[in-house]
Every structure is written in structure tokens, then in C-alpha cells.
Design a protein around this ligand. Structure first.
Ligand SMILES: [Zn+2]
Length: 611
């Protein structure tokens, strides 16, 4: 790995920009704070330090530099993360001793993204500039989508491609974008026929919605049929870059608005997303080709702390919303449900009739459990005994799903009041359902996503205790290596004297010539990276005044003394143990030698303490 390439890339990128694309960061003193993308939380404990270019989470102890972050969040291997950042930084990487397989995976990803970018441009061109695109333009006009809005989302049109149905294949191959139709098939853009016929475009005669990453790269398409052709919607297959459980349509367009409002609006369809944006609801996205997944919610939680579900008003939409509530709750986000006014089937239809009414319905969306409870109670309120009993049964099942005790209690009281029952009897039933585990656990379990490819992944555990003096020397070494080298030399201190193995490794690296430009975090293992990030973000009070190194020198000298005294003490204890064994065994000669050594150690320890 060319070390200078890493240094070069890091010097060109700012960790705030890179992490800011995934996490909503707010300046807090000298650091930036946000909700941790690696564990669910409601109050921010994820810190990014711009000056030192590191991140650290006080909650789950995850931490590292810009490369660590990209590896974890994108589930990439080091080399892939480096390539991604290199591209962003405009740094050319030379290929050197790297696993062929890994290189191949990275190459496939890169090719797939490149091909999708070109295909998107091709489809968009067909839509707006050719006769073949006319049916697409007509469909958009029919749905009230103007050119500007459609172009914002990169909407395009896949032509039928004549009898051979291969317009895109011909376009990409003649331009040398891929070596063969098989490569296009692997990227999800073409079908190779199993009957031995020539390959065809995957998408033909469809309006296409590009599905993009947060950074705006097209990774897949959602294709809407014209007329009554089936299937009505055809999506890209899973590829090296596309996993539908993690893709969110419109996220690149909605990101800024989600971050400024802290809210994500989730609708069901592509046209709903476009309609919402045209109504000024710019934080709208859709999960495409799948029911809302936990992965998708987790991605949204990097940008927003609350979610508003705005699904279709029919039974299917209501069921989907009810399921989505559990998925959102599992990721600890605040959740609301937008109830469309009577007579409107989906957001798209409402916006076209009255966009202000839609915006109002979104801004006044009630809390999720309130909406679901209203639906559960239905006609039970003020109804016959039978109707009230049925309603109570539905309410109990619903209330049992609320994991937060206080909220469960409040809605239980409300349900009891509306059904004219004792709160205690409803509460009893709810408890019974919860205990029996009969409460339908409606968590949508997603199909296993592509296995994470992060090498030697060890989940961050609780912070292991580190001796205060090891910690102090570690902080100084990573934050001010030159000063640390100078002051430690004054004390005649060697990093090998540190008692904690991981800190020893970090300090040795920080004081090595490789660390001259910036701390080479990537040389460390995952666990050492977390520790190094923690050392980098924790302040060193004695460093506040750069003109006066005296307090620092003193604090460092104290740490060295403590550390050496502690080392002597543990040696003393070991010798004492030896001595006891020798005495028990009657080894007189050994006893004498060990007793002498014990006295020596006590004196040495005394001397260290007195300076
Ligand atoms: Zn965390």
C-alpha cells in the first residue's frame, strides 16, 4: 500500500465533508456532533474532530479516521474504501500487490456504476430528444410531472429497441463502455437468453426512475410499464452495487432537506416522491421494490431523527404503514403517520388536486400509535357491546406492540376511556399478550444482505480500562508527536515501558517517522483504531497554552513516574509470590536471593516516587 497515497488522499479531503454526507453533523464547541450511524440512539454521542480528522462515538466506542468511516459505512474493504476516496480526492492509485479477487470485486462495482451512469444519460436523452421517447413524455404529462422536475430525478425512457430489443446494449458496446453483453447482464442492464438467442436489454418500453446512492451515483433503475403491460414495475436485479434492502429512491435529492428539517417523509411510489417534491416537501423518499427495511431506516437515521410515513390510503397501504411503524421503532426513530384526506388514494393524487393540502397533511401528521389506535378502535367507540369487545381485542394486540412503557400506559388509558372499560383490565390483557409472546412481532426481516466484507471485523465492545498514565502518554503522542518525542526523551522514557499493549502499539506508531505528516491510523487493527480515535478526541488540558509547555512537562513527568512505580510494584508482587513458593518448598538459597531482590525493588520504587 503506497503510504503516501493515503496521506495525499487524507490531506485533500475533509472528514467533516465525507461524514457529513452520511450523518447530520452539528457544530458543538470545537467538535461536530451527530447521531451515531453505527448504533441506534436519540441523543448524539457521535463526535467528529475536524482538526484531528477523526471520529469517535462515546456510545458504542466506534472510532477511527476517514478511511475507517467509509469502510464501515459502505461495508468496503480497505482497498475499496481507499479507491472510493481517491476518486473523490482526484488521486490516481497505482495497483500494487493486492488480492486479485478483491480487485475484481472493486472493478465490478466501478464498472457497474459507470455503466449505470451512461445508461441513465442514454435513457434521459431518449426520453427528451427522440421520437421513441414520446410515450414516456406522454406518461409524464399525464401524471403532471414537468420536465424540470423529471430531469432533477434523472427520469428516462427505455426504448423498445426494435425487433432485437437491444438499443442500450448496442449503444454501450459501440462506445466501448463494456467488453461484452455478458458484462452488461452482470450489471443488471441486459438479459442473456437461456435459449441461446442474442442478449436483450433488461428494460424495454418503460419509463425509468434511476435509483441512486446518497452521493448521486445511479446504481439501479425502477421501470414503470406503459399502459397495462406487466409487470407494472420492473426493478434492477441485485448486483455488485445494488441491494434493494438498502436502496432508497430520492435520497440524493432529499438529503439536504432531511438534514435541515431532521425529518424524512417516506412515501410508496416513484411518482409520489416526485409529487411530494413538487409540493415543496423536499425531504420525501421511497423504499423501492421492497417493504421498508431496517437497513433503510438506519440509513435515514443518519440524516433525520424522525420519520413520517405517508403510504397509500387503501388496505395494502395501511398494512404497510402498520408494519413500517415496528421497523422504525426498532431503530429508535420518532414516527408519525400522515393520514390522507378521505377520497385520495395516494400522495401523488392529492398533490395534483391540492398541493397545499398535502403539505399541510404532512406537517400535521399525528404520532404513529395514535393513528393505529384510532384504526383499531374503529366503530367500537360508543358502539354495541360486541363492537366494543372486538375493538378492545384489536386495541390490546396493538398496545402490546408498544415497547416504551410510558407510551403504552398512556394509550392504554386512552383506549379504556374510549371503550368505556377499566384501564386495569385492558392493561392486564396487554401484559398477558406481551408475556405470552403472542403479540405479532411484525418486524420485517430482510433477506440476508450481501455479507459485510470488512476484514477481521470485531464488534466494538465496552472500553477496556486503561491506566490513567498510559492514557495520558497516548493522548500526547497522537496529538503532538514531536512534542511527545522531545519530552519523553527528557525522561529517558521508552514506549516499551507502557503497560497497555494497544497503547504501546499506538505510541510507537505515532513516534515513528511514518507519522510525520499525519497519524497513519490505517496501519492499526480495528480495535487499536478505536482506541487511537478515542485518544485523539480527548482533550489534553495542559496543551491549551502552546507558549507554556511547563504544565505539560510536569504532567508527563508525573505520568512517567506513576507508570514506572506501577511497573516496579507489579514486579515486586511477582517476586513476592515466587518467594512464598520458594519458602514453602524449602529452597533456602532461592529464598535468600528473592528476599534481596524484594528489598531492592521496594527501594527502587521509593526512589522513583521521590523523583
Ligand atoms: Zn455509536
Amino acid at each position: 500500500m503506497p503510504a503516501d497515497a493515503v496521506v495525499e488522499i487524507k490531506s485533500r479531503l475533509d472528514i467533516i465533508d465525507v461524514i457529513g454526507a452520511y450523518v447530520r453533523l452539528q457544530k458543538s464547541g470545537r467538535e461536530y456532533k451527530g447521531l451515531c450511524p453505527f448504533h441506534g440512539e436519540k441523543t448524539p454521542s457521535f463526535m467528529v474532530n475536524q482538526e484531528r480528522q477523526v471520529f469517535h462515538c462515546h456510545g458504542c466506542n466506534e472510532g477511527g479516521d476517514i478511511l475507517t468511516f467509509v469502510q464501515k459505512i459502505e461495508r468496503l474493504e480497505f482497498r475499496e474504501a481507499l479507491e472510493m476516496l481517491a476518486e473523490r480526492a482526484g488521486v490516481e492509485l497505482t495497483r500494487d500487490g493486492d488480492g486479485g479477487e478483491r480487485r475484481d470485486a472493486a472493478r465490478k462495482r466501478k464498472l457497474a456504476i459507470d455503466l449505470h451512469g451512461r445508461a441513465q444519460a442514454f435513457y434521459e436523452h431518449v426520453l427528451w430528444n427522440t421520437a421513441a421517447g414520446e410515450p414516456g413524455r406522454a406518461l409524464l404529462a399525464d401524471r403532471g410531472v414537468g420536465e424540470e422536475l423529471a430531469r432533477q430525478f434523472g427520469v428516462g425512457f427505455a426504448p423498445s429497441g426494435g425487433g432485437s430489443g437491444n438499443a442500450l446494449i448496442r449503444y454501450l458496446l459501440t462506445r466501448g463502455a463494456a467488453g461484452s453483453a455478458a458484462e452488461l447482464a452482470e450489471a443488471g442492464l441486459a438479459h442473456t437468453s437461456d435459449r441461446g438467442g442474442p442478449p436483450r436489454d433488461r428494460f424495454r418500453h418503460r419509463l425509468l426512475f434511476p435509483i441512486r446512492t446518497e452521493r448521486g451515483e445511479t446504481i439501479a433503475f425502477g421501470g414503470r410499464a406503459l399502459g397495462d403491460a406487466i409487470p407494472k414495475y420492473l426493478n434492477s436485479p441485485a448486483t455488485a452495487v445494488y441491494d434493494k434492502s438498502q436502496a432508497i429512491f430520492g435520497i440524493d435529492q432529499a438529503r439536504a432537506a432531511m438534514q435541515s428539517s431532521g425529518v424524512a417523509v417516506i412515501v410508496e411510489g416513484y411518482f409520489d416522491v416526485l409529487a411530494a417534491h413538487s409540493a415543496g416537501v423536499a425531504n420525501a423518499v421511497a423504499s423501492s421494490g421492497t417493504a421498508l427495511t431496517r437497513e433503510q431506516v438506519r440509513i435515514l437515521s443518519r440524516h433525520a431523527h424522525a420519520v413520517i410515513l405517508c403510504f397509500d390510503g387503501d388496505d395494502a397501504g395501511r398494512t404497510a404503514a402498520s408494519r413500517a411503524v415496528d421497523v422504525v421503532a426498532a431503530e429508535n426513530l420518532e414516527c408519525r403517520i400522515c393520514v390522507l384526506p378521505e377520497g385520495f388514494k395516494d400522495p401523488d393524487e392529492l398533490v395534483r388536486r391540492d398541493s397545499a393540502l398535502f403539505a399541510h397533511a404532512i406537517s400535521s401528521a399525528p404520532r404513529e400509535w395514535q393513528v393505529l389506535l384510532d384504526r383499531a378502535i374503529g366503530d367500537g367507540e360508543g358502539g354495541s357491546i360486541d363492537a366494543r369487545r372486538d375493538a378492545a381485542e384489536r386495541a390490546v394486540v396493538l398496545l402490546a406492540r408498544i415497547s416504551e412503557a410510558a407510551a403504552r400506559d398512556l394509550y392504554t388509558q386512552q383506549a379504556a376511556q374510549r371503550l368505556e372499560l377499566q384501564p386495569s383490565s385492558i392493561a392486564q390483557d396487554v401484559e398477558r399478550v406481551r408475556r405470552s409472546g403472542r403479540a405479532p412481532q411484525r418486524l420485517v426481516v430482510t433477506a440476508a444482505a450481501a455479507p459485510p466484507v470488512v476484514a477481521e471485523e470485531v464488534a466494538p465492545g465496552p472500553v477496556e480500562p486503561v491506566d490513567a498514565w498510559d492514557d495520558y502518554i497516548g493522548r500526547l503522542a497522537v496529538q503532538r508527536p514531536a512534542l511527545a518525542a522531545e519530552l519523553l526523551a527528557e525522561q529517558g522514557f521508552q514506549p516499551a515501558e507502557l503497560s497497555n499493549r494497544e497503547i504501546r502499539q499506538i505510541v510507537e506508531l505515532a513516534l515513528s517517522p511514518d507519522a510525520a505528516a499525519s497519524f497513519p491510523m490505517h496501519r492499526l487493527g480495528a480495535s487499536e483504531q478505536r482506541l487511537a480515535a478515542r485518544l485523539l478526541v480527548r482533550s489534553l488540558p495542559e496543551l491549551q497554552d502552546p507558549d507554556n509547555p511547563q504544565p505539560l512537562r510536569q504532567a508527563l513527568a508525573d505520568s512517567v513516574i506513576q507508570l514506572r512505580a506501577a511497573a516496579k510494584h507489579s514486579e515486586w508482587r511477582a517476586v513476592q509470590r515466587e518467594l512464598r513458593l520458594a519458602r514453602d518448598a524449602g529452597r533456602t538459597a532461592d529464598v535468600e536471593a528473592l528476599a534481596t531482590r524484594l528489598n531492592q525493588l521496594a527501594t527502587e520504587r521509593q526512589r522513583i516516587r521521590q523523583g
